[in-house]
Structure formats: C-alpha cells, structure tokens
Design a protein around this ligand. Structure first.
Ligand code: URA
Length: 434
C-alpha cells in the first residue's frame, strides 16, 4: 500500500508551528514503528515538537497512536481493584519498593511495570536486582498469578506495550529531546493506559534532580498527564513532590533496598515515610478503599509480609545479605553550621559515577555502589565530620564522584545572637492535581 503522508511534510508542518492533523499523527507514529520514517526524520520532528509544542488534541492523538502500536493488557478479571503509581524519576526515589507491598496489604492490586535507570536517576528494577535471585522478567501469566495471590508485582515492561514509545524514547535520549512536555506526557501515559490499570497516581517531581526544574513546568506536565488519563477512562491524580534534594538518606541500588526495608519495618527516613503514606492514601482513594489506613499496615507488619511474598515469588532470597561495595570514601563537612542545601542532581551524578547507574542501556550496574547522606537540609553539621560516604567497588571512581559534589551543598555558620536558627524542614508534597 502506498504511504498516505511523507515524513518531510509532517516535519515541516510542525517546524512552521502548525498543528499536526490526526491523520498525520497516526501515520507518522505508525510509519516510525514500521521503520518507514527514519531515525533522523523522527529526531527532527521530536525537536520541532520540543520547540513548538503540541496542543491537547495533538497530545491525546499522539498518545492513542503510541498505544495502538502495541498490545493492551487487561486486569479486569482480577478479584481486587488495580491501581498503579508512576514517578517521573528522581534521586533516591525508592518509593515503589515500600509502596507496592503497602498498598497490596490494604487490599488493592498493584501492577508496577518498571524500567532500568539511565543517567542520574536510578531504575526500580536495578534496585530490586540487587536482591540475590530476584528476577524482573515475568510472563503475562506469571504476572497475573502473582497479582492475584500476592497483590503486588514489580517487573519489567515487556516489549509489546507501546513499542513506538520504546523506539522514540531511546531516540529522544540521544537527541536532546527528552524534556518536551508533550512527549514526556504521551510517553508515560501511553504505557500506563496500555497496561490497563483502572486508576493511576502520578508522582511528578520538581527540582534539580527531576526532568522538571520548576513548579510551573511540573504543573503543566502533571495536568497534561491527568487530562490524558481522564480522556482514556483511567482515574488519574497527580502529586507534585520535591526533588531539589534527594529522597531519604541513600542513592544507590542495594543501599535503597535497605532503606526501603527500614520503612517496611516501621522506621526509615521521615521524608520517605511521608511520601510513601501520601501516595498510598491517594492510591487507596483512587481505588475506592479510602477507609483503610496504610499507616496501620506499616505498623502491624502486614506490608512487610507482602514484601517478603512479592520478592520470594520472583525468586528473590529475602533473608540473604544485600551486596555491599568493596570500598568506601568519606566526604567531610568543610565547616560547622546548618546544612541549608544539598543538591539532588549532584548526588545523583555522584551515585552514577560510583557505578550505581549506567551511561548506555547495555552497561552493567554495581549493586553496592552509591551515596549515603549523613545530613539533610535543616540538620546541623560539624567541620571535619562525614557529610556523605561514597560506596563503590572501584576506588578510582571516588575522585570523579567527589567532583560532582563540588558546590552541591551550602552550610550556614552557627547561629549568632539574633539569628533565626535552622530553616524549617522542606515540604515534600508541593501540590495536588486532579
Ligand atoms: N519516563 C518515560 O517513560 N518517558 C519519558 O519521556 C520520560 C520519563
């Protein structure tokens, strides 16, 4: 069959700031998936979209075309309601690990199709793969069986969901076009809608460690995704959350698993607990189970029981020691006072350079590598005492990791007479959109 459009015509339309027609969008997404539109042509179109944007109709159509490029899953035959959570990605963002078993312990099924990390944000699968024996690749039947029996599953998204997005995301990654709001929103939502969840809670990160550096952009991205979800019949709500400083006290794979275990055991850092509970409450509300208090399920150990069942079902040894890095290096506080800033992006870069993340998708990651923070903004630090500890199997990585922390923190001198004291703790949750 002859092609109904050609790539140059579509690129020129967007280059000239006009809206793409439904037919142009359907054709270009399909033709790119089939290999008829070349990577260099899609790169030019992605850049034109980044520079000139897409309106709501275009984004909605683009999302539908990406969904149509693959299969759709169906959770309707499960005996419990389903709800999913998606985070736009941040440093130290281990929330999926305690959250999925916690919400399942409240009687709701949580399918979490996740990815591996690229760049400075860690991937949920990389974190879980630090547990000896755990496997990310499940068949559709295994996933469904685990959702029914355990209630929670975190596994790799198969290649059949929105394959157009898979191809386009890899291209955007190497062409400086990741940050386009229209493309991020359609990329995330095409996968979530194709996955077939009935309800979705979005955690849209704001700050240096996130895609969206300021609140206005984050709000626009969140609203775009909420609208796409609603148009597709998925109950969708978004929280805007702080990513100016890392979440919790660790960034790295096994280090973050350990911190998640602390949360499931009823402890853990305040910000991780606060965000986990806030997202759990939103998920339960979206699933119609708001009468259950997730804090009770953390306190009574039932979330931990689901964690153990969830990890065991995927071959993981819940009683095995987590891997640790061979080498450690401390970065000391250069002065005494109150830590007023600790930059998320810098910590993420340090963890990445230590071996916790990858530069290319085929690179291996070190399970034990990462950064342990000894203070968070608002805490008092003492000159010469450790501020962060770097972990890696390879001590040659410490110098470059330390470089990424240069200028990454501010320490204010001890309060003198008339000083107001330590800054108020930062809010983790900055907004909510429906
Ligand atoms: N995550 C995605 O899945 N897609 C994007 O475009 C950005 C983040």
């Amino acid at each position: 069959m002859p092609e109904t459009h050609d790539a140059v015509e579509v690129i020129v339309t967007k280059r000239n700031k006009a809206a793409l027609s439904d037919e142009q969008i359907d054709w270009v997404v399909d033709a790119y998936t089939r290999g008829v539109v070349a990577d260099e042509q899609m790169s030019a179109l992605a850049m034109a979209i980044l520079l000139n944007g897409m309106d709501r109709r275009e984004i909605s159509r683009w999302t539908t075309a990406m969904i149509a490029s693959g299969e759709r899953m169906d959770f309707t035959r499960l005996s419990r309601p389903t709800v999913d959570k998606h985070s736009t990605g941040g440093v130290g963002d281990k929330i999926t690990l305690p959250l999925a078993p916690l919400v399942a312990a409240c009687g709701v099924a949580v399918p979490q199709l996740s990815g591996r990390g690229l760049g400075h944000t860690g991937g949920t699968l990389d974190k879980l793969e630090s547990i000896p024996g755990w496997r990310a690749d499940l068949s559709y039947d295994e996933m469904m069986a685990q959702l029914e029996s355990v209630g929670a599953v975190v596994c790799a998204a198969g290649s059949t969901l929105a394959p157009a997005d898979k191809k386009l995301y890899a291209l955007r990654d190497v062409t400086g076009t990741v940050e386009a709001i229209a493309l991020i929103a359609s990329s995330i939502m095409s996968k979530k809608i194709a996955e077939g969840t009935a309800a979705l809670v979005l955690d849209v990160k704001v700050g240096s460690g996130a895609f969206m550096k300021n609140l206005d952009d984050a709000r626009e991205l969140a609203q775009t995704m909420v609208d796409l979800g609603r148009d597709a019949g998925v109950t969708t709500v978004a929280l805007l959350t702080d990513m100016a400083t890392p979440l919790g006290g660790t960034a790295g794979n096994a280090l973050e698993v350990q911190e998640s275990l602390d949360v499931l055991a009823g402890g853990g850092p305040d910000d991780v607990v606060e965000l986990t509970l806030a997202l759990a409450r939103e998920m339960l509300l979206a699933a119609g189970r708001e009468e259950v208090d997730p804090a009770d399920k953390l306190a009574d150990g039932s979330a931990m029981d689901v964690w153990r069942a969830m990890i065991t079902a995927q071959g993981g040894d819940v009683d095995a020691d987590l891997p640790t890095a061979r080498e450690r290096h401390q970065v000391l506080a250069p002065s005494s006072g109150v830590l007023t800033r600790l930059d998320a992006l810098a910590v993420g870069m340090a963890a990445w350079r230590l071996g916790a993340g990858r530069a290319r998708k085929e690179d291996p990651v070190q399970a034990g590598a990462g950064v342990v923070l000894h203070a968070k903004p608002g805490n008092t630090v003492k000159e010469g005492r450790p501020l962060v500890t770097l972990h890696s199997d390879d001590e040659r990585r410490f110098a470059r990791a330390e470089q990424s922390l240069e200028g990454a923190f501010d320490i204010e001198a001890p309060a003198g007479p008339g000083a107001t004291g330590a800054p108020a703790p930062r809010d983790v949750i900055l907004g909510r959109l429906t």
